[in-house]
Design a protein around this ligand. Structure first.
Ligand code: PBG
Ligand code: ZN
Length: 309
């Protein structure tokens, strides 16, 4: 009877799994702060790609980890950059997999910030052309969706214009619209080698106190041309997800690295029941109003769904 009256259902279609692709060969690096998550080089990536394909989830979100970094993040918009090569490989070998490409400079800049830096300041407008070039090159490599996560103002409009000018009119933008300056990202920064080497991201990511500002960021991105919007992190921001579900666009929630690692660490210690906690968290995110859940638990969730709990 509970199944009959249940209001919220998690299905595989809701789920997106993030992957880290490292430049180089024969790499399968465990991320110490994210048990079960690895960086893969392209030549070792079949292991994870075939698992994603067989799991039946909707797709993946790709982050590139370059060998070289510089001030202007040139690896981010290099036609033969690591993410571009990986996307070409995936779309050739696994054409049925939906590939979402994260667009941000921080994995590619020597200083680790998401934008161009001058005199220790992050320059918003100078960053926009670089993000646009990155988006175009990832879409040309075959990305199905472009997902800017940098939080520069005006980047959705700039990227939309650049995609259109390059004939990529049918590539949608999933905007990380309400992305908070969160301590929950620290395991990711180990995974993507992207910690800022000075300061923090508070001049471009949002203050965690501000719910109304989040809605303004979302409506700005929608008027600039976003096709899907995102709230990030997820669990500490369920109120924002709930409010954001009033916008009539697909809404994604990113269940981020720190949220994942807390569950994994507590489960390893035997403090909690991992499967029940994860399914409860997924249900909470969906109940709050998310249509799409980006989560490092996605492959486990897909397995547990088969068990029909
Ligand atoms: C890059 C980016 C970050 C995340 C996604 N894209 C890190 C950051 O802003 O420092 C975080 C993802 C996670 O914690 O799982 N801008
Ligand atoms: Zn960034």
């Amino acid at each position: 009877m509970r199944r009959l009256v249940r209001e919220t259902h998690i299905i595989k279609d809701d789920l997106i799994y993030p992957i880290f692709v490292a430049e180089g060969e024969n790499i399968k690096n465990p991320i110490a702060s994210m048990p079960g998550i690895y960086q893969y080089s392209i030549d070792r990536s079949d292991e994870i790609l075939s698992e994603i394909k067989d799991s039946g989830i909707s797709g993946l979100l790709i982050f590139g980890i370059p060998k070289q970094k510089d001030e202007l993040a040139s690896g981010a918009y290099d036609e033969n950059g690591v993410a571009q090569q990986a996307i070409r490989y995936i779309k050739k070998k696994y054409p049925e997999l939906l590939v979402i490409a994260d667009v941000c400079l921080c994995e590619y800049t020597s200083h680790g910030h998401c934008g161009v830096v001058k005199d220790d300041k992050i320059l918003n407008d100078e960053t926009l052309p670089l993000l646009s070039k990155m988006a175009v090159s990832l879409a040309k490599a075959g990305a199905d969706i472009i997902a800017p996560s940098d939080m520069m103002d005006g980047r959705v409009a700039a990227i939309r214009e650049a995609l259109d000018e390059n004939g990529l009119t049918d590539i949608p933008i999933m905007a990380y619209s309400a992305k908070f300056a969160s301590a929950y990202y620290s395991p990711f920064r180990d995974a993507a080698n992207s910690a800022p080497c000075f300061g923090d991201r508070k001049t471009y990511q949002m203050d965690c106190s501000n719910g109304r500002e989040a809605l303004r960021e979302i409506s700005d991105d929608i008027s600039e041309g976003a096709d899907m919007v995102m709230v990030k992190p997820a669990l500490a921001y369920l109120d924002v997800i709930k409010e954001a579900s009033r916008f009539e666009l697909p809404l994604a929630a990113y269940n981020v690295s720190g949220e994942y690692s807390m569950v994994k660490a507590a489960a390893e210690k035997g403090f909690i029941d991992e499967k029940r906690i994860v399914m409860e968290n997924m249900t909470a995110i969906k109940r709050a109003g998310a249509d799409i859940i980006i989560t490092y638990h996605a492959l486990d969730v897909a397995k547990w769904l088969e068990e029909n709990i």
